[in-house]
Design a protein around this ligand. Structure first.
Ligand code: ADP
Ligand code: ZN
Ligand code: ZN
Length: 734
């Protein structure tokens, strides 16, 4: 028996050595409880067993083995190690996203893996007698949030698991106190639909695409399915999925946004029944633990639909990974470590399991498209929509000219106003897109130029009308809205416009229209999101005003007009990806129009109608080729790979010196591949100053070697004492 175990804890720390008790049986991959620090008990994973005592001090004993089975297989351990190594973080940080956890409120470091598998679950029940019409009408008026819970309970037949209710405890307790509901308990049920229908017959074009995919995947491990919106990509996936499930293999279906899982899971359950499991971070730790441990003892045949964290589930018989909307930037985790890209990590996972990957998109990322051009990926293109629905007509409308001619009303050019009126008359639906939430991005004094800024972040505070407050979109700070300038007492004016202000303008210009708004402020939970989407799908509203959220995966039969209120602010981002993102977003938003029997129309308002982004939106190849040429010329991905080195500190003096010093060190090793230090656009967040450096590595060079040198230089900077109190974070593949 080995006497020591190296244990990975859910911390930004290396593995620590603990002693294995005489009578204790410990295996690699086991979850064990250990004491770390003065008081904290953590669950850690046994990474290595050996007989080498620690170099200093004595090893503390392992307290207990938490589960009767190891939580990780060898292969999963190699996978975690790959993620940590590639994305330059600790394996312990990978553990944080990989395993379900209860996050303790105070510090990130105090996270703990719950060694608890539920048999019973808490529920909320409706007290039917209390819910008479009069009481309900009153509740609806006075407390709409509470009322919506009662509505949900009625719809579900009177009882819902607490964990399935995305509602705060205060609201639920208030309902119980008022006698409308009560707490209950029942056996844990995994809600599973059992009906099963046959897969839909594919159209000729879809059948051809499916065959091309199959053929491509017989020789290559990754295939790119490039299919315009509504071409039936999902239908094609289902055929690939069925083959795998029939073989008893597991399938992982990744989507970029949690909100998209609900509808997809419903659709897939109708085809595949019980084995379809959603998995994402909005599930409770208890639900996630249940799924995780069930999978350990499963024998394959599972279909998991999830966000990127589903990559870490124990799927021993993984046969296929699907990455839908593979171009979506939400696949990249931006905060905290591991800052991994779900798409790229999925491909690595599939490779380790000798499984296949299928990437799907109407607007493939330039990276994936380049991999197709170079022959690395198999590729198939579906250029027509299912049922022959035409692509929408795109109209670019000149805002400046409208203003000059006095034809602009509030935020609407004449052509858009006319088009909306036409739709309203015909009983069709409209989506209005504006990628800013809130009322206006900032308030400004017209006399002295004063605008309120966040005291903790170097940004202007956004105005939110309904709360009458100014809010920081970076840290959540908010303050009372001032109407008069504190300097000169002039009346403050809202500058620019967000979705709230659009909603207000719609109400004024189209008083007969029913309006819904979908953005970060209204879609605060998946229940709220589904309520809004559901209502619009049932045509309970004529106009949907929304941010990016409306561009993703939605399918409304009656929408025949999309208005993009301000194309200009799609292009203001400072990233080298700004134009790619803007173009993909325009194409995705446009794809929501005219999905069934009606040809749609997309109206883009802009002050720069000549901008080349508008000239060829619909021609994917042409735009992709132009952008790829630009990337090549200026040395950006996919022709280089970029690590962003972010440095943060409360002490700006130390920060500046540390960053200059690191910049010099890196330039000695990498010469002109180092850019910066520069101050990012938002140079202070939550009181911390920020500086960054970029390291650009040619694709032909060894990325691993470059990152090793980078690690070395950061370590030296620390031992020199030049970076006291400076947080240094590496973001790989920005
Ligand atoms: P995409 O994922 O490419 O946007 P979907 O798979 O969601 O497209 O298909 C768009 C719409 O067309 C859906 O409502 C879908 O049910 C329908 N559809 C696509 N292919 C078929 C088919 N072969 N048979 C029946 N309906 C189909
Ligand atoms: Zn002023
Ligand atoms: Zn702030």
């Amino acid at each position: 028996m080995s006497r020591y175990a190296d244990i990975v804890l859910p911390l930004a720390q290396p593995a620590y050595t603990f002693a294995v008790g005489e009578a204790m049986e410990v295996r690699v991959g086991d979850a064990v409880a250990v004491q770390f620090g003065k008081k904290s008990v953590y669950t850690g994973i046994v990474w290595r067993l050996h007989d080498i005592p620690p170099r200093s001090g004595t090893a503390k004993p392992i307290l207990a083995v938490v589960y009767d089975k190891p939580l990780l297989t060898e292969l999963q351990m190699r996978f975690w190690e790959w993620v940590a190594d590639y994305y330059m973080c600790y394996v312990g940080e990978v553990m944080r996203v990989a395993l379900p956890s209860t996050i303790k409120a105070k510090a990130r470091c105090e996270e703990e893996f719950t060694p608890y598998i539920p048999k019973r679950e808490r529920t909320l029940r409706l007290v039917k007698e209390a819910c008479n019409d009069e009481a309900m009408a009153k509740l609806q008026r006075r407390a709409p949030k509470r009322y919506s819970v009662v509505e949900a309970l009625v719809a579900a037949g009177g009882e819902i698991a607490r964990s399935a209710l995305d509602v705060d405890a205060t609201t639920l307790n208030a309902l119980c106190k008022a006698g409308f509901t009560e707490w209950g308990e029942r056996d844990f049920v995994r809600d599973i639909a059992r009906t099963k229908t046959l897969l839909p017959t594919l159209s000729e074009a879809q059948q051809r695409a499916l065959e091309e995919l199959r053929k491509g995947l017989s020789t290559k491990s990754v295939a790119l399915l490039h299919g315009v919106t509504s071409s039936g990509k999902t239908e094609i996936y289902t055929h690939l999925i069925e083959e795998q499930l029939a073989k008893g293999n597991d399938v992982l279906f990744l989507v970029p946004e949690i909100s998209l899982t609900t509808q997809l899971v419903e659709r897939l359950r109708r085809l595949f029944g019980e084995g379809v499991t959603p998995y994402h971070s909005k599930l409770t730790p208890v639900q996630r633990t249940k799924i995780y441990t069930d999978l350990i003892s499963s024998n394959g045949g599972n279909l998991i639909v999830g966000a990127r964290s589903a990559l870490f589930l124990p799927l021993d018989r993984l046969g296929l990974v699907i990455v839908d909307e593979e171009h979506d930037s939400s696949y990249k985790q931006t905060e905290p470590n591991p800052r991994y890209n779900g798409r790229d990590t999925a491909i690595m996972l599939a490779t380790m399991y000798k499984a296949k990957s299928v990437l799907g998109s109407a607007t493939p990322s330039l990276e994936s498209f380049a991999n197709h051009l170079s022959g690395k990926y198999a590729y198939t293109h579906l250029s027509e929509r299912f049922g022959g629905v035409e692509m929408p007509e795109i109209i670019v409308s000149d805002t400046v000219r409208n203003v000059k001619r006095n034809e602009r009303k509030r935020h609407f050019n004449k052509v858009l106003v006319d088009a909306i009126n036409e739709r309203l008359e015909r009983g069709e639906q409209v989506i209005l897109f504006q990628n800013r939430r809130g009322y206006s991005p900032y308030m400004e004094c017209p006399e002295c130029g004063f605008s309120a800024r966040c005291p903790r972040c170097n940004v202007a505070l956004a105005a939110h009308q309904h709360q009458g407050r100014l809010v920081c979109h970076y840290c959540g700070y908010s303050e009372e809205k001032v109407t008069l300038c504190p300097n000169c007492k002039s009346e403050m004016r809202p500058m620019g416009f967000g979705t709230e202000r659009v909603e207000e303008a719609v109400a004024e210009l189209f008083p007969q229209a029913r309006v819904l708004r979908l953005d970060g402020d209204t879609a605060t939970s998946s229940t709220a999101y589904n309520r809004i989407i559901g209502a619009f799908a049932r045509h309970e509203a004529d106009i949907l005003v929304g941010t990016q959220i409306v561009s993703k995966g939605l399918d409304f039969a009656d929408v025949t007009l999309i208005g993009i209120l301000n194309g200009d602010n799609l292009l203001t981002a400072s990233s080298f990806r700004a134009e790619e993102r803007a173009w993909q977003l325009l194409m995705q938003v446009a794809g929501r129009a005219g999905r069934r029997d009606k040809r749609g129309e997309v109206i883009i308002q802009t002050s720069e109608p000549e901008h080349h982004i508008y000239s060829s939106i619909g021609d994917y190849e042409q735009v992709a080729t132009r952008l790829l040429n630009e990337r090549k010329r200026y040395g950006y991905p996919p022709y280089t790979r970029i690590v962003r080195i972010m440095m943060r500190s409360h002490n700006s003096g130390v920060l500046v010196e540390a960053s200059i010093s690191l910049g010099e060190r890196l330039r000695n090793r990498f010469a002109r591949r180092v850019l910066g230090p520069v101050t990012p656009l938002i140079d202070r967040v939550r009181g911390e100053h920020r500086v960054e450096l970029l390291l650009k590595i040619e694709t032909e060079a060894s990325y691993a070697r470059a990152k090793a040198i980078l690690r070395e230089e950061i370590a030296k900077l620390r031992t020199d004492g030049k970076a006291k109190g400076v947080t240094i974070i590496c973001d790989v593949d920005i």
